[in-house]
Ligand binder design. Structure first.
Ligand code: ADP
Ligand code: MG
Length: 319
């Protein structure tokens, strides 16, 4: 276990657990709401005295997350990302989409390609989220991987060009975190000072809870009712990537939804990674990247990131 104040992310747990819930009792002065967004139950809790204001803030936060889903979902045919995946010609996209693609590209670069937003065709082949999963052939995977990785998306101003028409873009490793950040931005805008936003394990905390940090339970990835530890966090994001939420098993082997871009197959070194960072989009993408890289290179990725502060990095177990 090491504590490094000069480093970026507050915590990384390999092989250990996913953030499951916020452990505070909810007593008085709060409003809570849940909805299904991006295929995930999103739970928002806002704290304060002015209940009308809290309700308004919730309305705005959920509207914002739905707006973000409309842009980035690859289940919505009209989304910019679906259009980009279908495109055979360069496409002019919104500034917001270009900005998120660029953030993803930066993390792709930092993670030596472990974070890869061009694995849409690989994801489609495995079909892990649809209950009709199957193991693709090596040939199918090779086809789906063709042209992916660095250089697959060329961004020039707001114009985005794919290196190969068949490349499909997938922001599943970053968009949920981004939606959470946007929700928090809205809550702030509407005067909320204390809130939690939890999109299926992508959590961001706004402020604190009555002067105390939020307490967040980390669940064991293989024991449903076991908590590994409880984190105390305020004003930051806590995001997990794991192999036990979306997966199928065949002949005793677990196939899950986080792919190693080198093979197009599920990354094998970790069971889960939790990253704490200032914003949820970065934490989301970095958790996915570190999951692929495994304990040694993943931890190095987090430690090497420049310009970030307050890292407590914790290697809980060997993957
Ligand atoms: P979750 O969505 O369960 O929170 P992640 O944040 O790790 O987990 O995102 C996993 C999703 O990211 C996959 O469903 C897929 O859409 C996408 N993905 C899979 N492998 C990669 C990868 N190597 N780089 C970037 N995105 C990926
Ligand atoms: Mg992620």
């Amino acid at each position: 276990m090491s504590l490094k104040r000069s480093l970026p992310l507050v915590l990384i747990l390999f092989f250990v657990g996913i953030v499951v819930f916020l452990r505070q009792p909810d007593n008085g002065g709060h409003r809570a709401r849940s909805a299904l967004i991006m295929g995930t139950v999103v739970d928002v809790r806002v704290y304060g005295e002015d209940e009308k204001r809290l309700e308004k803030a919730l309305d705005e936060a959920f509207a914002e997350m739905s707006r973000v889903e409309q842009i980035f979902s690859n289940h919505i045919a009209s989304s910019e990302i679906s259009q980009l995946s279908a495109a055979t010609e360069p496409l002019v996209l919104s500034l917001e989409t270009v900005a998120l693609l660029k953030r993803g590209q930066q993390i792709a670069l930092q993670s030596s390609g472990a974070f890869d937003m061009t694995l849409g065709a690989v994801k489609k082949l495995w079909n892990i989220e649809n209950n009709r999963s199957r193991i693709p052939t090596a040939e199918e995977l090779a086809d789906a991987l063709e042209g992916t990785g660095s250089g697959a998306l060329v961004i020039d101003g707001t114009e985005v060009r794919k290196a190969r028409a068949g490349i499909m873009v997938d922001l599943g490793g970053i968009a949920k975190g981004y939606a959470v950040d946007q929700a928090v931005r809205k809550l702030r805008e509407y005067g909320v000072r204390s809130a939690t936003v939890n999109a299926g394990g992508d959590i961001r905390l706004l402020g604190d809870k009555n002067g105390q940090p939020w307490r967040i339970g980390i669940q064991h990835p293989r024991q449903q009712d076991a908590l590994l530890l409880t984190l105390k966090v305020k004003d930051q994001a806590v995001v997990s990537s794991g192999d036990y939420e979306r997966f199928f098993e065949f002949n005793g082997v677990r196939y899950h939804h986080i792919f190693d871009p080198a093979s197009g197959r599920p990354a094998r070194q970790c069971q889960s990674v939790t990253v704490v960072a200032d914003d949820a989009a970065s934490a989301d993408a970095l958790a996915t990247a570190a999951f692929v890289l495994g304990p040694v290179d993943g931890l190095k990725l987090l430690e090497d990131l420049p310009g970030l502060k307050g890292l407590l990095s914790l290697l809980m177990a060997v993957c």
